[in-house]
Design a protein around this ligand. Structure first.
Ligand SMILES: *Cc1c(COP(=O)(O)O)cnc(C)c1O
Length: 383
């Protein structure tokens, strides 16, 4: 059979325009904390239809900065879904607070507002929703719950940049929304992230936090004077990374469009495979498709999923599983006493899911290649 064609599950696209943007920034005299940072912040805030953007050096740093902005403290509880990358919950642990895992909806695998409400206690400080795979959560229901109980609402939008909910842009659906610009995400700065918000106080706190806790207005003073008002970090993003981000941003809309086309191709082809149960699409939610996730039907698919996963890898497809439910990681079990059985929907879903190749430079022929491998695996009884 020879070497199978290799297709990863995600891949960045870097073109000549990106190279020139980075080269220009590198020779501009500003390597960090220069004009490209605020230009990039304003551009991402504009895309998100909010007033402020704070650029940081990862999506994880953006989540951490948001928790600082919300003044999450030891003793607080923050509700998060388990079907996400660990960073969505780690940011709560960084503050000495407790992540409380609320299960997901069985159809969409998005945070269930009903489950959130059941877990609210006097210690609950806020909710972090995660737009799993790129589909915006039910922010109307989450907002109602947050307002009723006086909680903050954050959106981990690392999968959903460029998406929208009933025409409202991702980035404008929560008090603070967080993006990642890791190469596997929709657009990249190498490493990088951003927090966007309409709230000037959150914006101010996050700016201080990414720069050691030093107040931003020192430049206007004597020239040498500054004050460290609180304990922060160095979470700054460089100018040449922001230049790359600005150049990538110009292509985001067409890339999201292409991801939607690829998803539609997959969905049409898989509709006839009775062993697959597609993830649900929420009415009004305009999916940005960071991931295309297939799910095996039936309960406890562990062995069938393993067989299909191995088969796809053997055939050159860089498939992945997103995610091992966060509360099952040893750190969470030993630190917060989480355990199997706490989020049965996420735990069951985890056993049957596989993320297929999904990136904007995939050709239709690549999509059909993936489909053919899965169809022949189905007919030959691999799953
Ligand atoms: C990628 C990702 C993060 C973390 O972003 P980094 O830039 O890798 O730190 C957080 N949450 C989710 C859901 C992600 O996919």
């Amino acid at each position: 059979m020879g070497n199978p064609k290799k297709i990863p599950y995600g891949r960045q696209s870097i073109d000549e325009h990106d190279l020139k943007a980075v080269a220009d920034a590198l020779t501009s005299g500003w390597l960090t904390t220069g004009p490209k940072v605020s230009e990039f912040e304003q551009a991402i805030a504009k895309l998100s239809n909010v007033a402020h953007g704070v650029a940081v050096n990862s999506g994880t740093a953006a989540l951490h900065a948001a928790m600082y902005a919300f003044e999450v403290k030891e003793g607080d509880e923050v509700i998060v879904p388990p079907m996400t990358f660990a960073a969505s919950a780690n940011c709560v642990a960084y503050m000495g607070a407790t992540p409380v895992f609320a299960d997901v909806d069985p159809d969409t695998l998005l945070l269930s507002p009903e489950k959130v409400e059941q877990l609210i206690t006097p210690k609950t400080k806020g909710i972090i929703a995660v737009d799993y795979a790129g589909q915006p959560c039910d922010y109307d229901a989450l907002r109602t719950i947050a307002d009723k109980h006086g909680l903050f609402l954050a959106a981990d939008a690392c999968h959903s940049i460029g998406g929208n909910l009933n025409g409202k842009m991702v980035g404008s659906l929560a008090d603070i929304s967080l993006y990642s610009f890791h190469p596997v995400k929709h657009m990249t700065t190498g490493e990088g992230g951003m927090a966007v918000t309409d709230n000037p106080e959150y914006d101010r706190r996050m700016r201080i936090f990414r720069n050691h806790g030093i107040t931003a207005d020192f430049r206007q003073r004597d020239g040498w004077f500054y004050e460290m008002e609180d304990l922060g970090f160095n979470y700054r993003l460089t100018d040449f990374q922001c230049a790359l981000g600005l150049s990538q941003l110009e292509k985001l809309e067409q890339w999201v469009e292409r991801r939607r086309e690829i998803a539609a191709l997959y969905a049409a082809e898989f509709a006839g495979i009775k062993e697959l149960a597609p993830l649900g699409l929420r009415p009004g939610a305009n999916h940005a498709y960071h991931l295309y996730v297939i799910r095996l039907k039936g309960s406890d698919c562990t062995s069938k999923r393993k067989a299909l996963f191995d088969h796809l890898r053997e055939n050159g497809l860089g498939v992945q599983v997103h995610y091992i439910p966060v509360h099952l990681h040893p750190y969470y079990q030993k630190t917060f006493g989480t355990h199997e059985g706490m989020c049965p929907v996420a735990e069951e879903a985890y056993k049957g899911i596989i993320s297929l190749p999904m990136f904007p430079t995939m050709e239709d022929s690549d999509v059909h290649h993936v489909v053919d491998i899965i169809k022949s695996a189905s007919t030959s009884g691999v799953f």
